[in-house]
Design a protein around this ligand. Structure first.
Ligand code: ATP
Length: 520
């Protein structure tokens, strides 16, 4: 490990040195310069936001900071010392740790075991686990962030939000390895949290700031401004600006992100042109029951967008999956355009004209090693064939149209989807249901998760265009504001049942508070 001082000429007092600093970091991938000379720093006891459009280079930068990506050029300094991060362990030894978007806990171990795993210390003696000591060590970590999670609870019984707390407690174990305050990186930690859980996380982040530095990455600019002291904006692999959050508004960040004046009015209601006359019913659900939902009745008309809101455990995700044949049901009847919908599997759903964008994109939504083009046309073989013959040029032209229409950042249509940034992968998954042009019901489970503002606007526009052609949409939105902005009608689910319905017509939208009242 080579160490070199960053400020040999005029060393600053140790307390004023940045906790972490990056200068001129460069990383090439085939056909892409993911990092193009990034400079940024996070001060001691500071919460620094990192914002940027999909593909701006945020994840690559974070991975370089924890030794998962080897930069081609540039330097990283920890408290003024030049360091090389060759692995996660190297980073931990320098007090830098990351909580990943895809959680890394072992599900059938307890919270305590997960927290201590890999740095057991006195938790193991002569090769034997000392359970009481492990629990005590884990409890100390949980106490640091003020968490009340039982260290004996199995991780797979915890909510997503609690699992995230366990991850943070685990990452804080790096404190044992260094005499300095740690730098904790949170990569899109709020993307799957409900609003109450976000508030809890923010409380923990403020607590962390008392003894650590935090780098916080999110596409939700209002959240970035709420919890961070300062925000560094990345564009095209470069840092293009630093914004102090006091007094700043999301538009300030957005302008830097896209390099021009953008519109924050991303729900823009005006493009709705419902067909004249009484819309015909498209989806009818009666008495649908499954392991986590009961007696669900729903109607969605042609061209209607219906949002279901509810907290974790409300059952709404499972209803959505059930309508795609991906979740078992025990009772109920579902019809699409008057015909019984076969819920036995996703193949039947696809051929009936049902599309599904799952929230767990990496697990359910894409085949990582396959190309962008093949992922996009996965369920629409007709797009690539004339009769029984595969005609690649036909696939190419359709795929290129959607790459350009959704501004998907990919070196080529033949690039493996796993090489794209998270937001661009999501756009490909969404485009899959648009290429055939024969969709009748679209089930969208958090379709804008991980998308930047520009891409989100594009998705909203597409949803409206599809609605205008008669597609019925069931939306599980990322926020109450998104549900209100996009839906014509909202139903509330709680404990597996529908408990309320709120009209949401253009020009007479309810407020988030109106919805919250129905949800409690
Ligand atoms: N393993 C890889 N191989 C090839 N290209 C990659 C790889 N990882 C990232 N890239 C490319 O590098 C660029 C930056 O990607 P990165 O994931 O860092 O962006 P991001 O800002 O985190 O985006 P998002 O907000 O969508 O997650 C993108 O063009 C992406 O396609």
């Amino acid at each position: 490990m080579s160490i070199e001082l960053a400020n040999q000429q005029s060393p600053l007092p140790a307390s004023l040195l940045p906790a972490l600093e990056v200068r001129g970091l460069v990383k090439h991938y085939p056909g892409v310069k993911a990092l193009d000379g990034v400079d940024f720093h996070v001060n001691q006891n500071e919460v620094l936001g990192l914002a940027g459009e999909n593909g701006a280079g945020k994840s690559t930068l974070l991975k370089a900071l924890v030794g998962l990506v080897r930069p081609d050029a540039g330097q990283i300094y920890v408290r003024g010392e030049k360091v090389r991060m060759r692995s996660v362990v190297d980073a931990a030894n320098h007090g830098v740790g990351m909580v990943f978007q895809e959680q890394s806990l072992v599900p059938n171990l307890t919270a305590a075991e997960n927290i201590v795993l890999g740095s057991e210390g006195p938790g193991v003696r002569r090769g034997m686990y000392r359970w009481d000591t492990m629990r005590k060590l884990a409890q100390e970590q949980l106490d640091k962030i003020g968490s009340t999670i039982d260290p004996r609870a199995r991780t797979d019984t915890l909510t997503f939000a609690d699992r995230q707390m366990v991850e943070i407690a685990k990452v804080l174990r790096i404190e044992q390895r260094t005499r300095f305050a740690p730098v904790i990186i949170l990569d899109e930690p709020t993307s799957v949290l409900e609003s109450g859980e976000v508030e809890t996380l923010f409380t923990q982040i403020r607590r962390l700031r008392e003894f650590a530095s935090v780098i916080f990455v999110s596409h939700r600019l209002d959240e970035v401004l709420e919890v961070c002291d300062r925000v560094t904006v990345l564009r095209g692999g470069q840092s293009v600006g630093d914004v102090a959050t006091a007094g700043a508004v999301p538009g300030d960040l957005h302008r830097l992100m896209i390099g021009s004046t953008g519109s924050d009015d991303h729900y823009h209601d005006s493009s709705i042109e419902r067909p004249a006359g009484e819309p015909r019913p498209r989806l009818t659900v009666r008495g649908l029951s499954g392991p986590s939902f009961r007696d669900v009745d729903l109607d969605i008309a042609e061209g209607e967008i219906l949002a279901i809101v509810g907290v974790h455990g409300s059952g709404r995700e499972d209803v959505c999956r059930a309508l795609f044949g991906a979740q078992e049901t025990v009772a109920g009847e579902v019809t699409l355009d008057g015909k019984k919908l076969d819920l036995s599997g996703s193949r039947a759903a696809c051929s009936a004209g049902v599309g599904y964008v799952p929230a767990e994109r990496k697990i359910e939504g894409m085949v990582g090693p396959m190309s962008v083009a093949d992922n996009m046309t996965l369920t629409k073989q007709g797009v690539r064939c004339v009769g029984p013959l595969v005609v690649p040029v036909r696939q190419a032209s359709v795929v290129d149209t959607w790459i350009s229409r959704l501004s998907i950042r990919t070196p080529h249509r033949g690039t493996a989807i796993q090489r794209l940034s998270g937001g661009n992968q999501q756009k490909v998954v969404l485009a899959r249901w648009l290429v055939g042009g024969d969709i009748r019901l679209l089930l969208l489970d958090h379709p804008t998760r991980g998308l930047d503002i520009g891409a989100r606007s594009e998705v909203y526009k597409l949803m409206r265009e599809l609605a205008n052609t008669g597609v019925a949409t069931l939306l599980l939105a990322d926020s109450l504001e998104e549900a209100i902005g996009m839906a014509d009608r909202i139903v509330v689910m709680s404990d597996g049942r529908i408990t309320a319905e709120v009209a949401c017509p253009s020009g007479a939208k309810p407020t988030p508070l109106d919805l919250v009242k129905e949800m409690v």
